[in-house]
Ligand binder design. Structure first.
Ligand SMILES: *[C@@H]1O[C@H](CO)[C@@H](O)[C@H](O)[C@H]1NC(C)=O
Ligand SMILES: [Cu+2]
Length: 320
């Protein structure tokens, strides 16, 4: 009887001590144009010779980006420069991102953005991209998007806008974890896609945002607060498309400033005012930090978090 939990614990500890075993999550596979593409795996790919050719840009590890002003927010650390391959997909077709794992306590929204590479994605600097949002899922029916992702085989599917004009685009997948009320965590990853089709439209220039920039000043909620009832998604809204011709128009300069990160147009469904303003940090990458427990009602969650930390056996990463 007692053997089961012990075995479970031993297994968890054992696997976490293997090199590269981690406890947050990485994109494992991206299905683009009906084809599975393994994502860049920082635990194994860097050690292979020759280096594997991926359609996803590099990530250094499975940890979060925590500084919303860091260039790493675009496509993660190392993802500013291109991957060698671009995956073909038709406009209007689905793209599925599958994670290798995701901790159930890392609750938060899921976003997808795209950006025109203005030519060759393999040489395109992601920090210069003008992004438009094509997918967002926050908190609905008592469920966070990350919870739904876990229940959905660790997958989330987004559709390439059918009207989008052909060309090469970055598709940015992003999970945000809000379990640490002092510090939201961002997990971005970018795939390079060659969109085909007869579309002629471009995102409405007013929908274009810079990353970093998009979340500047956004007040992420205290999801553990008793008064937490809903989550107002950060701007921008899902992009509308307008006829835009053959060449990429220069993005309006006004889209560069962080203004779009104001709360979205919908009236706030009573978001909690978080008293834990995200502290600016000097580095983009961070370890998964301990969530501050400020209410006894959060004890259950805190215990969960401690279990998570114990199971993860983080010697170096100080997860929770
Ligand atoms: C992108 O797709 C178009 C249309 O299918 C094709 O002609 C072109 O060669 C592709 N480009 C790349 C870089 O794969
Ligand atoms: Cu984590």
């Amino acid at each position: 009887m007692i053997a089961l939990p012990l075995i479970a614990l031993a297994t968890a500890l054992g696997s976490s001590l293997l090199p590269g075993a981690e406890a947050h999550g990485l994109v494992k596979i991206v299905n683009i144009g009906g084809q599975d593409y393994p994502a860049w795996n920082p635990n194994t790919d860097p050690y292979l010779d020759p280096l594997p050719q991926r359609v996803t840009r590099k990530v250094p590890d499975d940890g979060p980006v925590i500084d919303v002003t860091s260039p790493d927010l675009a496509c993660n650390q190392g993802g500013e420069s291109g991957a060698p391959l671009v995956a073909d997909a038709a406009a209007g077709s689905p793209v599925t991102f599958q994670m290798d794992r995701w901790p159930s306590d890392h609750l938060g929204p899921v976003f997808h953005y795209m950006a025109d590479c203005e030519g060759d994605c393999t040489t395109f600097d992601a920090t210069q991209a003008k992004w438009f949002k094509i997918y967002q899922d926050g908190f609905d029916g008592g469920l966070w998007a990350t919870t739904k992702l876990i229940a959905n085989n660790l997958e989330v599917t987004v559709t390439i806008p059918a009207e989008l004009k052909p060309g090469q685009y970055l598709l940015r997948h992003e999970l945000v974890a809000l379990h640490d009320i002092t510090q939201p965590q961002f997990y971005p990853a970018c795939a390079q896609i060659n969109v085909s089709g007869s579309g002629t439209q471009v995102p409405d220039p007013s929908a274009l945002v810079s990353i970093p920039g998009v979340y500047n000043g956004f007040n992420w909620p205290d999801i553990w607060s008793e008064s937490f009832t809903g989550f107002t998604l950060p701007a921008p809204a899902i992009a509308n498309f307008v006829s835009g011709g053959a060449s990429s128009p220069a993005p309006a300069p006004s889209s560069q400033d962080p203004a779009p990160s104001a709360p979205s147009t919908t009236p706030a469904p009573a978001p909690t005012t978080s008293d834990a303003a995200p502290a600016a940090s000097s580095t983009g990458k961070a370890k998964c930090k301990t969530r501050k427990t400020k209410r006894s009602t959060s004890e259950k969650a805190a215990r969960r978090a401690r279990r998570h930390a114990a199971a993860a056996g983080h010697a170096k990463r100080q997860h929770h």
